[in-house]
Design a binder for this molecule. Structure first.
Ligand code: GLN
Length: 181
């Protein structure tokens, strides 16, 4: 059974752990002192990217994530996690730049505007204060779109969804299943 590490300091980590269990994976909660060597993949969940960013920087987790990326094993960032993996820069968050996308935070509205959308490839996407992917570099592959806007992308072993796949585990094309197979 594969073991997937889930960043746990802030955000939807517990929901990813539940989703991984339902989908047949073991999980390990990632905190500052976690050893990444036994992991087959990593998930950076949704939450508040500014808080998550500060924790990563203050605890050298950014370096561990970058090092893990070099192993070529998959990393999935969902929503705030996608912001952390991107090359987005602001006064609060400087993404790790592991995937050549830029992002606009909170593009799809506030918490109260959360909803399940039907994507252009007929999947379901649960959007909660989702960012928009505003630029994709040449090496980025677009895996799904919503009204022609990218919502699921990859560059090599780095995957991002601006939606929450952990909430839709019943979906047969769930990105978590596709990525950590
Ligand atoms: N809007 C949040 C941020 O910018 C992300 C929202 C989410 O992860 N659901 O950090």
């Amino acid at each position: 059974m594969k073991t997937i590490g889930v960043f746990f300091y802030q955000g939807a980590g517990h929901l990813h752990v539940q989703a991984l269990q339902k989908l047949g994976y073991l999980s390990l909660k990632i905190f500052a002192n976690t050893d990444f060597s036994a992991l087959d993949g990593v998930i950076l969940p949704g939450g508040e990217s500014s808080v998550q960013y500060d924790y990563c920087i203050n605890n050298n987790l950014d370096k561990k994530i970058k090092e893990f990326a070099l192993s070529k094993k998959p990393i999935l960032g969902t929503c705030a996690g996608a912001i952390l993996l991107s090359k987005y820069k602001s006064s609060q968050v400087n993404g790790l730049g592991l995937i050549d996308i830029n992002i606009q935070r909170n593009y799809y509205g506030r918490q109260i505007n959360s909803k399940i959308e039907r994507t252009d490839s007929d999947n379901k996407a649960f959007m909660i204060r989702a960012p928009s992917i505003t630029e994709c570099g040449k090496k980025v592959k677009i895996l799904d779109t919503l009204n022609d806007n990218p919502i699921f992308v990859k560059q090599d072993n780095i995957y991002c969804t601006i939606f929450h796949p952990e909430l839709l585990t019943f979906d047969s094309k769930n990105p978590i299943k596709q990525i950590f197979k």
